[in-house]
Ligand binder design. Structure first.
Ligand SMILES: [Zn+2]
Length: 330
């Protein structure tokens, strides 16, 4: 079966992390920045482990220096994503990489991204929403600056607030102030947890940050009571299996807990995280889920419904996207 054409909803991507390597290499050439060390012989991103991945990621980000760069980035990413059947996508965007946390600069970057998103919606039929993201390993104070930027720019495009970066830095509660600020501004919340941190990190994230979704969350598999709580509260996991396999959060596709989580009643969704870094696409993810767990069109339809229900968009947008997920008459 060809999974490329299935209309898809993708909730967990990082905008800079979705940058095609050729696009970043091109920007580096234009600006005379030497980042040749982050590429392999084939021109893909090269890294050894999670910490090195973060370094390579941040090196790639040094080429993105202006709102215009982000406009071009957003278009390049949406073109790639739409080619894999994605009709609705959410992406993490960080004021830390867009003007260093200055609200006025952030507005300029955001306007450029939104401009690209509007163009992509018209020309490629893909809808994009942005989730402002604090970078955990930059610490709680820097995260507050990101949350303030998020609160200032909540609107049609920025609909959520989240946290990414090194999960083992601090505890979720250290970042509660930022999440409280974002919640009070009316933003919907998600945070990376349980990619590396195990069930206690997931449990604390739910308790202290009061999120509606968890990025990854696969560590919950080790705690049946926590899985029951997640199922009961309807907290949605943004699972990124290909990312987990490449970064060795799991030992391989066969060992990935997504099917067991789903069987336990946990609402799971599927995303690519940073697709070119993990040599994946949404089509690849579906192919591997089909191959590993025998999932088929009905499973993917259910998966996309959960994702759309959990999407951080208004109901009018949700209804519009829902129409696009309906199977077409042959
Ligand atoms: Zn992520």
């Amino acid at each position: 079966m060809n999974f490329r054409d299935i209309p898809k909803v993708e909730l967990h991507t990082h905008l800079e992390g979705s940058a095609p390597p050729a696009f970043i290499a091109g920007l580096a050439r234009e600006k005379n920045i030497d980042i040749s060390g982050i590429f392999d012989a084939q021109g893909g991103y090269a890294f050894r482990d999670f910490d090195h991945f973060l370094q390579v990621y941040e090196a790639a980000c040094t080429t993105l220096q202006s709102p215009e760069d982000f406009r071009r980035l957003t278009l390049a990413v949406l073109e790639e994503t739409a080619a894999h059947g994605v009709v609705y996508m959410e992406t993490f965007v960080s004021p830390d990489f867009c003007g260093g946390g200055d609200v006025a600069a952030w507005r300029d970057y955001l306007a450029a991204m939104q401009d690209a998103a509007d163009e992509a919606e018209r020309t490629m039929g893909i809808t994009l929403r942005g989730i402002v993201t604090g970078i955990r390993h930059f610490g709680p104070d820097q995260c507050k600056i990101a949350a303030a930027c998020a609160a200032e720019t909540k609107g049609d495009f920025i609909t959520g607030f989240g946290m990414a970066g090194g999960e083992m830095v601090g505890r979720p509660g250290d970042y509660a102030y930022s999440f409280d600020m974002a919640r009070e501004a009316g933003l919907q919340l998600t945070a990376h947890a349980g990619e590396w941190g195990g069930p206690s990190m997931v449990a604390e994230t739910i308790r202290d940050l009061k999120v509606a979704r968890i990025g990854h969350g696969i560590g919950a598999i080790d705690d049946p009571k926590l899985m029951a709580e997640i199922a009961d509260k309807g907290i949605v996991l943004e699972v990124c299996p290909g990312s987990n396999v490449v970064l060795k959060a799991v030992s391989g596709w066969d060992a990935h807990p997504i099917a067991k989580l789903r069987d336990a009643g946990v609402p799971v969704t599927v995303s690519t995280d940073d697709p070119p870094f993990f040599h994946t696409t949404m089509t690849d993810e579906y192919d591997m889920l089909a191959k590993t767990f025998g999932w088929g069109a009905d499973d993917f339809r259910a998966l996309n419904k959960i994702a759309l229900d959990a999407a951080f968009c208004d109901d009018e947008t949700r209804a519009r996207v829902a129409k696009r997920l309906e199977p077409k008459d042959e």
